[in-house]
Design a binder for this molecule. Structure first.
Ligand SMILES: [Mg+2]
Length: 444
């Protein structure tokens, strides 16, 4: 059996742990630069705020409906996520963290009372982190996902499903007729991996509910759609086609980009921003054990500022040798910015992307062309640099982002200039759990 544990309205719940005034109120979390709603409390969903809706479209609800908006505080969410995952990991031998607020637990070989386990786990997470979760159990990952959906929905919208399935839903305890009734009451689009487009096509073909899908012909489904959908069908019928991965597939490219709170007009500002983005991307690159064969940068004016002259740059610099060394990547990026920057433009957004990724240890044998002494010297330097990068990542992890930075990421000369490109986040809450000076203070 698999378990899927999912944080309810995760970002909003993280905010509520430290700000009880937000409990019971319609709350949304805004994306970087306060542009769009990326998380909504149930109350916000009820007053009609849609996922990813731009803030300006719902801003009027602040006055009319008491909607509260906060800026995304990813440092807080990341740390709360890690704490939640730690608690979950205690309950099963294997865990796959699937997203910031979801993890699969593999209960193979464990013959616990899963309902009791689920309830205990949910209570422990709530007590130790303050975060509400939903728990689903099923014979496959797809079924566990579906059980989770039903557990969450039964809790949020009483009446849609039997009340005893709320919060913790274990398909393993249900009779075949009970399961069929649930599947008949659930729209096919709620199945994991069945997106909007597939849903439309399925419905056009008369498949509306999960039960319809389960009764479809698998060969026909494969021919009409894909092997992936056939696998989904098999999973729904109880045949596992997806394992809990110990090592999820590494990403093929790593992109970090941001709009600026204030436009940047000087080359130093763009260099600093791009260097910072490359550094962040490089940290993720090392985290997944990869090297990049190329680094790309882009910066652009805003198409929304129609009176501004427009200019955008998007260049990719192939590297002589693939690397995960921030210093190498940052200097390649800085040189590219210098070569392509033009004066007289209000740049509004920039980004960095690492591509041509490959696992460490799969470098090409270009060094073989050199003499053995040079080869040894190069290998020696490289090992030292790798150690430096590891130490840098460890310090930043422990003491907070940017505790240690490469010199060039702070290239701007004056202190005032240094953060002009930082994200505009007017409503961000304190980073309660990761910064000493932002810790929650309780007065008697
Ligand atoms: Mg969630």
């Amino acid at each position: 059996m698999y378990g899927l544990i999912d944080g309810n309205n995760f970002y909003v719940s993280c905010e509520r742990v430290f700000a009880p005034r937000l409990v019971g109120k319609p709350v949304v979390v805004l994306s970087s630069n306060d542009g769009a709603c990326i998380a909504r409390s149930n109350e916000a969903k009820e007053i009609g705020v849609k996922m990813a809706q731009p803030w300006f479209q719902v801003k009027h609800l602040e006055r009319s409906a008491g909607l509260i908006a906060v800026s995304a505080n990813h440092e807080l969410y990341g740390d709360m996520s890690a704490r939640m995952m730690d608690v979950e990991a205690r309950y099963a031998p294997r865990q796959e963290v699937y997203s910031v607020d979801e993890s699969f637990l593999d209960f193979t070989g464990v013959c616990d009372d899963l309902m009791a386990t689920g309830k205990a786990m949910r209570a422990a997470i709530l007590q130790e982190t303050g975060l509400p979760t939903s728990v689903g159990f099923g014979a496959t990952k797809t079924l566990a996902k579906l059980a989770n959906h039903i557990g969450k929905t039964a809790d949020r919208k009483p009446g849609l499903y039997p009340a005893h399935l709320a919060q913790v839903c274990d398909f393993g305890r249900l009779q075949p007729q009970e399961l069929d009734a649930l599947f008949a009451a659930t729209e096919v689009g709620n199945v994991w991996g069945v997106g909007k487009k597939i849903t439309e096509k399925l419905k056009a073909g008369g498949i509306h509910t999960v039960l319809d899908l389960m009764r479809a012909d698998s060969a026909q489904l494969r021919a009409q759609f894909s092997v992936t959908l056939e696998k989904t069908l098999l999973e729904l019928r109880g045949t596992s086609c997806m394992e809990v991965d110990d090592a999820p597939a590494p990403r093929q490219q790593i992109l970090v980009s941001r709009s600026f709170g204030t436009a940047i007009t000087n080359v130093e500002g763009i260099i600093e921003a791009c260097s910072e983005f490359v550094s962040r991307a490089a940290e993720r690159l090392r985290g997944q054990g990869s090297l990049a064969g190329a680094v790309g940068i882009f910066f652009t004016t805003s198409p929304f500022r129609q009176n501004d002259r427009q200019h955008s740059v998007n260049v990719t610099v192939p590297l002589v040798r693939p690397t995960a060394d921030s210093a190498v990547l940052v200097s390649a990026a800085a040189a590219a910015v210098r070569a392509h920057f033009r004066h007289g433009f209000n740049y509004a957004k920039a980004g960095a992307v690492l591509t041509d990724l490959r696992p460490v240890g799969q470098e090409q044998g270009e060094l073989d062309l050199f003499s053995s002494i040079e080869q040894e010297a190069a290998a020696h330097t490289e090992a030292a640099r790798a150690k430096l990068m590891t130490a840098m990542d460890a310090l930043n992890h422990r003491f907070g982002r940017d505790s240690v930075r490469l010199g060039s990421t702070a290239a701007a000369s004056s202190r005032d200039e240094i953060r002009v490109w930082a994200t505009k986040q007017e409503r961000r809450s304190p980073r309660y759990t990761t910064r000493w000076d932002e810790m929650l203070v309780v007065r008697a």
